[in-house]
Design a protein around this ligand. Structure first.
Ligand SMILES: *[C@@H]1O[C@H](CO)[C@@H](O)[C@H](O)[C@H]1NC(C)=O
Ligand SMILES: *[C@@H]1O[C@H](CO)[C@@H](O)[C@H](O)[C@H]1NC(C)=O
Ligand SMILES: *[C@@H]1O[C@H](CO)[C@@H](O)[C@H](O)[C@H]1NC(C)=O
Ligand SMILES: *[C@@H]1O[C@H](CO)[C@@H](O)[C@H](O)[C@H]1NC(C)=O
Length: 369
């Protein structure tokens, strides 16, 4: 096939084969030297960019992860904690999967060096709380999965450093309420999953409902926000519950604020860890309102009512004013006409000297009047 003219000589073929195999050997050795060693129980792809340590029953991170790692799979293991600088030097890491482990706590600096991370999977762990600053070092994060954990609340500011986030899953946790301020930094969010949480559809969730309206207005998708409490709303989607159902909230707030401000409300105490006692100075009364800007938000009904009253009052005043102006103008015109008439009458009188005419004129005037 190769040499149609005659038979190839076996010796030259053999020599060629040897050379080729030597060359292959050298290439393999050189490549092995260039590619960093794969950490022991894990498997790596050819260039060591993807390190797969999944399903190995690991209880600790394998040592010596290559600094060039792009993707690190640690799912289906038995990790229950991570050391502080667990992923130090892995600044090129883009995808980190820690699903199906037993992580119950993450140190504040766990993801400190992962400035290029775009996907973080923490699905099906035992997380009950997250540090506010945990996700701050991840400005490029696009996908975050926190589903199937035991999260009961999200600390305010948790998502402050995640402007690039596209999808977020909070499915199957123990969340009862969410604070809209926590979600406001997520300007690029497109998909939010919150189903399978024991949502309490009360005043606290009302504000979040407002954020959801804005979120879906700009094209965001939400899976389901089914109420667990109160009983009357069980199973209903919070988005379908009319806002009027929550009118009582502003009344409650008004009552609370009028009944002395010793109860600033749970959202405020959450937002400002220091309670409202910054100065024992001469003005203790107005402090809570400044320490808690959120207080002003949930009163749009009374604000709307006030604006309505002002507008109606303005319209009524305007109409009255116009009528008064018209009446005044009418009066002026009438007065000037009368004055003119009298003047002409006086001019005529000396010429005619006719008391009858005057009498007639007076009659006319009285009839006009
Ligand atoms: C990270 O890199 C620094 C030097 O660049 C080194 O001293 C340190 O041991 C490395 N840390 C880890 C966990 O590899
Ligand atoms: C990680 O991001 C930094 C900028 O924050 C960039 O300079 C660096 O090249 C990136 N590293 C990799 C491996 O992509
Ligand atoms: C969650 O993780 C545990 C232990 O890793 C596993 O047994 C279980 O099947 C996982 N559950 C789901 C829904 O993935
Ligand atoms: C009003 O105060 C009560 C406790 O006095 C509290 O349970 C309730 O949540 C407060 N309501 C609002 C809307 O802040």
């Amino acid at each position: 096939m190769l040499a149609p003219g005659g038979r190839p000589e076996p010796r030259t073929w053999l020599a060629l084969w040897r050379q080729i195999s030597w060359l292959a050997c050298w290439i393999a050795l050189c490549a092995a030297e260039a590619v960093p060693a794969c950490p022991f129980p894990c498997t790596c792809d050819g260039r060591g960019l993807q390190v797969d340590c999944s399903g190995l029953g690991l209880t600790a991170l394998p040592p010596g992860l290559p600094a060039a790692t792009r993707s690190l799979l640690l799912l289906n293991n038995r990790l229950s904690s991570l050391p502080g600088g667990a992923f130090a030097n892995l600044s090129g890491l883009q995808r980190l999967d820690l699903s199906n482990n037993f992580l119950d706590r993450l140190p504040r600096a766990a993801f400190g060096d992962l400035g290029n991370l775009t996907e973080l999977q923490l699905r099906n762990n035992s997380l009950r709380a997250l540090d506010t600053a945990l996700l701050r070092p991840l400005p490029r994060l696009r996908h975050l999965d926190l589903s199937l954990n035991g999260l009961a609340r999200l600390p305010p500011g948790l998502f402050d450093g995640l402007p690039a986030l596209r999808s977020l899953s909070l499915r199957a946790n123990r969340l009862q309420s969410l604070d809209r301020r926590t979600f406001e930094p997520l300007v690029g969010l497109q998909l939010l999953q919150v189903s399978d949480n024991p949502w309490e559809c009360d005043c606290h969730l009302r504000d979040f409902k407002r954020w959801l309206e804005w979120f879906s207005y700009r094209g965001g998708r939400l899976d389901q926000l089914a109420c667990t409490l109160p009983k009357e709303l069980r199973g209903k989607d919070m988005r379908m519950v009319p806002m009027e159902m929550f009118n009582y909230c502003s009344q409650l707030e008004d009552q609370n604020s009028s009944a002395g401000q010793e109860v600033p409300g749970p959202p405020c105490t959450k937002a400002s860890p220091e309670p409202a006692k910054p100065k024992p100075g001469p003005e203790p009364e107005p402090e809570p309102s400044t320490a808690c800007p959120q207080k002003q938000r949930p009163r749009p009904v009374s604000v709307r009512r006030a604006i309505g009253t002002v507008i109606i009052a303005g319209v009524v005043c305007g109409v009255v004013c116009i009528m008064m102006v018209v009446a005044a103008a009418y009066g002026c015109i009438y007065a000037s006409l009368m004055a003119k008439y009298h003047r002409e009458l006086k001019k005529r009188q000396p010429l005619m000297g006719d008391p009858e005419g005057e009498h007639e004129d007076q009659k006319q005037i009285s009839s006009v009047a």
